[in-house]
Design a protein around this ligand. Structure first.
Ligand code: S3P
Length: 433
C-alpha cells in the first residue's frame, strides 16, 4: 500500500495545467468505436486503471484497438454486430462505469458473456441495470437475487422499452441507450433529474437518431449500422479531475490557476454553481464545442467562501465532486448542508461515511446524515494520518485538504488515484511548489 505526503502549499498556486482526459468520454469512445464501420482515431484518451479495464474487455470481444502512442489509439471498427463471444470472464476491475455500460452492449449480443470485478465492485448494486435490460428481453443472471456481480448475459433479440429511472444515473441511462442500439424499436429513458449526457452527444455525433424529449428524457432509434466514416475524437480534460485544482486554488491565498481544455458538459459542472453561490468567481476562456461537447479553459482565483445548501437536481450534476466539495465547505463561513445525496453511499466507497470519517481526523466539523452531511466552517485543518478507503476521489480530496492544513498529512492507500488520475501527486506538487 503506498502513501502520499501532503503539506501546506509554500506558495500560491499559479500557472496553467492540463489535467488528464475525461474518464466518462474515454469509456464511451472505447465501447462505441469498435461498433462503427470504419476507423477511429482517439486522441488524448485517459490511460488509467479503469479505462484500461474497458479497453481489455472490448479486446476480449474481438475489438481491434491499437495504441499508436501514449495518448493516441486507433480503432478498426467492424460494425454494430461484430463483437464475438469472449473466452473468459470480462474483468471490469473496480470500475462501475465499465460494468454498467458494457452490460448494455452485452445485453444486445447473441452470445454468452460474464462480467465481474474486484471485491469492491462485487458490492456495487446492479439491480438498477439488470431490471431494465431484462425488460428489453435479455437473459441475465446475477448474484444474490440478480443484484450484484458477477453478471451473466445471454443477450440478443431485444425490444425497445420506455423506462423511468428511480434515481438519476448516467451509467444506467447509458446502459439502456446502448442496449437500445440493438433493439427492434425505439427506447426511451426518463430520469428524475438530468445527468451527464455524454452518451447521447456521442451517439448523435455518430449519426444515431437520439432525441431529447425533455430535459430529463432521451430516446434512441436503433440504427441499421453505425455510419461508415473515419471518426476523429479529441477527448477534453476531465472536469472531475480539474475539480481538485479548482478547490485547491480557491482555498490557497493569492492563487490563480488556469485549467486548460476542460470539458464543460452541463451535467458535470454543478460544482461551479454550488461554489459560485458560495461566493467563488470563475472565468471561462476559449469556450468552444468539440465533438458536440462544450470545452473551455477555466481560470480560478482564491477567494472567501460562505456556506450554502446543495440538494435536489444539483446532486447528479456534481455527483463525483462531493468529497472535494466537502473540503471546500470546511473553509466556508457558516453551515453547509448537502441533501438528497444517498447515491454517495454506493460509490467507490460509502462517501458519506468515509469523507466524514477522514476529514474529521483533520479537525473538520462534519456531521454525517442519511442523505449527505452538515459541515460547519471555517475550520483550520491539521495534518493527520488518513486513509483513502481505496477511493480515488477521496484520496485526492484529502491531498488537497493537506495543502491547506497545518503540518503533514499522510494518505494511506494512495495507489487508487491510478483509477482516474495517475499523475495527480506530481501535478499537485508542481502547482504548489
Ligand atoms: C458516470 C456516471 C456517474 C459517476 C461515475 C461516471 C458515467 O455514476 O459517478 O463516476 O460515466 O456515466 P452514476 O450514473 O451511477 O451516478
Amino acid at each position: 500500500m503506498s502513501e502520499f505526503f501532503s503539506r501546506a502549499a509554500p506558495n500560491p498556486l499559479r500557472g496553467a495545467i492540463r489535467v488528464p482526459a475525461d474518464k466518462s468520454i474515454t469509456h464511451r469512445a472505447l465501447m462505441l468505436a469498435p461498433l462503427l464501420n470504419g476507423k477511429t482515431r482517439i486522441e488524448n484518451f485517459l490511460d488509467s486503471e479503469t479505462t484500461r479495464a474497458t479497453l481489455n474487455c472490448m479486446r476480449a470481444m474481438g475489438a481491434d484497438i491499437q495504441e499508436i502512442d501514449a495518448h493516441t489509439l486507433r480503432v478498426h471498427g467492424r460494425g454494430l454486430r461484430s463483437l464475438q463471444e469472449p473466452r473468459d470472464v470480462l474483468y471490469c476491475l473496480g470500475s462501475g462505469t465499465t460494468i454498467r455500460l458494457l452490460s448494455g452492449i452485452c445485453a444486445g449480443q447473441h452470445f454468452l458473456s460474464v462480467l465481474d470485478g474486484t471485491p469492491a465492485l462485487k458490492r456495487r448494486p446492479m439491480g438498477r441495470i439488470v431490471e431494465p435490460l431484462k425488460q428489453m428481453g435479455a437473459t441475465i443472471l446475477a448474484r444474490d437475487n440478480d443484484r450484484f456481480p458477477p453478471l451473466v448475459f445471454r443477450g440478443g433479440a431485444l425490444r425497445g422499452i420506455e423506462y423511468a429511472l428511480p434515481v438519476a444515473s448516467a451509467q444506467v441511462k447509458s446502459a439502456i441507450l446502448f442496449a437500445g442500439l440493438f433493439a427492434d424499436s425505439p427506447t426511451t429513458v426518463h430520469e428524475p433529474a438530468p445527468s451527464r449526457d455524454h452518451t447521447e452527444r456521442m451517439l448523435r455525433a455518430l449519426g444515431v437518431d437520439v432525441s431529447r424529449l425533455t430535459e430529463n428524457s432521451a430516446r434512441v432509434v436503433p440504427p441499421q449500422r453505425l455510419e461508415t466514416r473515419d471518426w476523429s475524437l479529441g477527448i477534453p480534460a476531465d472536469f472531475s479531475s480539474a475539480a481538485f485544482f479548482i478547490v485547491a486554488a480557491l482555498l490557497v491565498k493569492n492563487s490563480e490557476l488556469c485549467l486548460e481544455n476542460v470539458g464543460l458538459n452541463p451535467g458535470r459542472i454543478g460544482l461551479f454553481d454550488a461554489l459560485t453561490r458560495m461566493g467563488a468567481t470563475f472565468k471561462i476562456e476559449n469556450q468552444r464545442a468539440e465533438n458536440d461537447e462544450p470545452v473551455g479553459d477555466i481560470i480560478v482565483s482564491s477567494g472567501e467562501l460562505r456556506a450554502s445548501d446543495v440538494g435536489g437536481s444539483d446532486v447528479p450534476r456534481m455527483i463525483d465532486e462531493f468529497p472535494i466539495f466537502a473540503v471546500a465547505a470546511t473553509q466556508a463561513v457558516g453551515e453547509t448542508r448537502v441533501r438528497d445525496a444517498q447515491e454517495l453511499r454506493i460509490k467507490e466507497s460509502d462517501r458519506v461515511a468515509t469523507v466524514a470519517q477522514e476529514l474529521r481526523k483533520m479537525g473538520a466539523q462534519l456531521e454525517e446524515q442519511e442523505d449527505g452531511f452538515v459541515i460547519a466552517g471555517p475550520t483550520k485543518l491539521r495534518g493527520a494520518r488518513v486513509n483513502s478507503h481505496n477511493d480515488h476521489r477521496l484520496a485526492m480530496s484529502l491531498a488537497v485538504a493537506g495543502v491547506i492544513a497545518e503540518g503533514e498529512t499522510i494518505i494511506e492507500g494512495w495507489e487508487c488515484v491510478a483509477d482516474s488520475f495517475p499523475n495527480f501527486g506530481e501535478m499537485l506538487l508542481q502547482v504548489s511548489r
